[in-house]
Design a protein around this ligand. Structure first.
Ligand SMILES: O=P(O)(O)OC[C@H]1O[C@H](OP(=O)(O)OP(=O)(O)O)[C@H](O)[C@@H]1O
Ligand code: HPA
Length: 182
C-alpha cells in the first residue's frame, strides 16, 4: 500500500485553521506596530517559509524581505552560541527595523545569535516573531515579543518543520509516531 505522510502522524497539535488564526493575530499586531516604519522581514530558511509567506500576505503595509540560512554548531556546548551562516542577507541592515521570522524557537540559541549579529551590524531594532514556542527547552534568555502558540516539548513536524527533511509540506503541525524515530 502507498505510504502517505499522514500515516506517520500520531496527533495533530495545531490544525490548519488554528495556524491561520494565530498567523492573522500576529499579522494584525505587527501591522499596527510597524505601519509607516518599513520593516525588513528576515525569514530563516528553511522551516520559516510557509509561515513567512502567509504572515506577510496578511500585513497590508510596506515591508521588505530577505532570507538567511544558518546551521547550529551543537549550540549548547558553545558559550557564544555561534551558528554557521550558510546564506547571508542581500540587504544592509544598517538603521533598519528588523523582524526575524521563525517557525519555532526551541533552545533559543539560533535567535540569540542572530539578534546580536544584526544589532552588531547596525540594525536600529530587532524583534522576533515565531509561530511556535517551546518554553520548556529554552537555554537562552531571549525576549520574543510575537509568539503564535506555546507548545509542550514534543518533536513536531509540518508547515515547514521537518524530520530528516521530510514532512515540511504537511498543512498542519503534527506529532510524529515514536516508531518513525527508531
Ligand atoms: O531555538 P533553537 O534550538 O536554536 O532551534 C530553532 C531553530 O531550529 C529550526 O531550524 P533547523 O536548524 O531545524 O533548520 P530548518 O529550518 O532548515 O529545518 C528552527 O527553524 C529554528 O531555526
Ligand atoms: O520540534 C521540532 N521539529 C522540527 N524542527 C525543530 N527544530 C527545533 N525544534 C523542532
Amino acid at each position: 500500500m502507498k505510504h502517505e505522510l499522514e500515516d506517520d502522524i500520531l496527533d495533530v497539535l495545531v490544525s490548519k485553521e488554528e495556524i491561520q488564526q494565530c498567523t492573522q493575530e500576529l499579522a494584525d499586531r505587527l501591522t499596527e506596530d510597524y505601519k509607516g516604519r518599513r520593516p525588513l522581514l528576515i525569514g530563516i530558511l528553511k522551516g520559516a517559509c510557509p509561515f513567512l509567506c502567509d504572515l506577510m500576505q496578511a500585513m497590508p503595509i510596506d515591508i521588505s524581505l530577505d532570507f538567511m540560512s544558518v546551521s547550529s554548531y551543537g549550540a549548547s556546548s558553545s558559550s557564544t552560541g555561534e551558528v554557521r551562516i550558510l546564506k547571508d542577507l542581500d540587504t544592509s541592515v544598517q538603521d533598519r527595523e528588523i523582524i526575524i521570522v521563525e517557525d519555532i524557537i526551541d533552545s533559543g540559541n539560533t535567535l540569540f545569535y542572530l539578534k546580536n549579529l544584526l544589532l552588531s551590524r547596525g540594525a536600529k531594532s530587532v524583534e522576533l516573531v515565531t509561530l511556535l514556542n517551546k518554553p520548556d527547552r529554552r537555554t537562552r534568555d531571549i525576549e520574543v515579543k510575537y509568539i503564535g502558540k506555546s507548545i509542550p516539548d514534543h518533536f513536531v513536524v509540518g508547515y515547514g518543520l521537518d524530520f530528516n527533511e521530510t514532512y515540511r509540506n504537511l498543512p498542519y503541525i503534527g506529532i510524529l509516531k515514536p516508531e518513525v524515530y527508531s
